[in-house]
Write a protein of this length. Structure first.
Length: 79
């Protein structure tokens, strides 16, 4: 009780995501970027990922921005 877990921080990945999102003409909203980081955290510990949600909720944009950011950092990613 009373203990808070520190938020995981990935400065290089977050900077690359911001750059890719800006290049794609997307707005850098704080909660949207947090979802990108959550997807990256899931990517690190899972073998397969499924994005689900209503139409127009940003699933494809988040996946494409994360893939572009990881490619930007030197690891080629394709979705």
């Amino acid at each position: 009780p009373g203990i808070k877990a520190d938020k995981a921080v990935f400065p290089e990945v977050e900077a690359a995501m911001a750059k890719v999102a800006t290049t794609k003409g997307l707005q850098l909203h704080r909660t949207w970027l947090a979802k990108c980081v959550q997807l990256y955290e899931t990517y690190l510990v899972r073998h397969g990922i499924m994005l689900v949600g209503p139409t127009g909720s940003g699933k494809t944009a988040i996946a494409e921005v994360l893939a572009g950011a990881l490619t930007e950092l030197g690891t080629k990613h394709v979705i």
